[in-house]
Design a protein around this ligand. Structure first.
Ligand code: ATP
Length: 289
């Protein structure tokens, strides 16, 4: 029997770095939401204690470096499970793109194994377990819209954004999250209005939400990778309601209230960027349908 789990990507509506902590992590504040671009994870129980990663994507490691592998190992060790698992990954989310693809795969494995082996973990318990693998895994366990604090693992759920179109463009470069954080300097950086973003979501106000998008990591990634800035400018010219880099990049997204506007942006990116997607921003319950 194979159990299937959807592992959707996330985008940052806002990302702020507050300060560097004594443990060398950055204290951050992010508003994140889930979009309808997803990997598909198939879980098949094995009688032996093996963990097998079955993925045809050349950029995804098929050993213990894979976050999905680490999630399975963590669940097996924590609950002393005497079985193994075959993890099939249909990779649809671009890799090293700022869309938390690996973290979402790990979260899907935790959710899936919780169901498969009837471990009885609550969502909060799964998120706490996920935080041991990576800071974004907790958010991905929830698959919702949330404020993430701490190093990203402290999750406070927020109302879903007003439904709209999201155009994603990923230039043909991979960006290391670690390098971007290492090069971040708070000097002279304009911080996003996180509370303003939360108020916009609470008011279900699309225009206010668009006015509050902001990501301090653009101050590092944009000067390093001019193609990211170029895509942002192109999207703005095409009439996007809001344009922002997601996470540490390099993916840039734009929000559009109208479908026709979203496709105008999509078409304007031809020649600029090979990987372009038009998706919907969705709430948790819609994703489960
Ligand atoms: P984040 O936004 O959380 O920093 P990202 O979207 O920038 O993540 P990922 O797609 O998660 O980046 O990939 C980052 C690195 O993790 C890649 O270099 C890849 O080799 C490794 N990796 C490990 N497991 C996975 C996985 N299941 N899917 C994709 N990449 C993975």
């Amino acid at each position: 029997m194979q159990l299937l789990e959807k592992a959707p990507a996330k985008i940052n509506l806002s990302l702020d770095v507050l300060y560097k902590r004594p443990d060398n992590y950055h204290e951050i504040e992010m508003v994140m939401t889930t979009i309808d671009l997803a990997d598909r994870i198939g879980l098949t129980e094995l009688p032996s204690d093996k963990i097998i990663i079955d993925s045809e994507n050349q950029f995804v490691p098929n050993d213990e470096r894979n976050l999905a592998y680490r999630a399975a190992k963590l669940v097996i060790d924590t609950y002393n499970v005497k079985k193994g698992i075959n993890i099939f990954i249909e990779k649809n989310i671009p890799v090293a793109a700022g869309l938390a693809g690996g973290s979402s795969d790990a979260a899907a494995v935790i959710r899936g194994l919780n169901r498969l082996w009837q471990l009885g973990m609550s969502v909060k318990e799964m998120a706490e377990l996920g935080a041991k693998i990576g800071s974004d895994v907790s958010f991905c366990v929830y698959n919702t819209t949330a404020l993430a604090k701490g190093r990203g693992e402290l999750i406070e759920e927020l109302p879903a954004p007003p439904s709209c179109w999201v155009v994603l463009a990923k230039p043909a470069i991979g960006v290391s999250t670690q390098t971007i954080y290492q090069n971040f300097s708070p000097d002279g950086v304009e911080h996003p209005d996180t509370q303003g973003m939360i108020r916009a979501l609470e008011a279900e106000d699309f225009d206010a939400m668009c006015g509050k998008v902001g990501n301090v990591l653009e101050s590092v990634t944009l000067p390093m990778y001019p193609e990211v800035r170029q895509i942002k400018q192109q999207m703005e010219l095409a009439g996007a309601d809001a344009v922002l880099m997601s996470g540490s990049g390099p993916t840039v997204f734009s929000l559009a209230h109208q479908e026709s506007r979203a496709y105008r942006i999509y078409n304007s990116l031809r020649g600029f960027c090979d990987e372009v997607y038009v998706v919907r921003m969705l709430g948790y319950h819609q994703l489960l349908d």
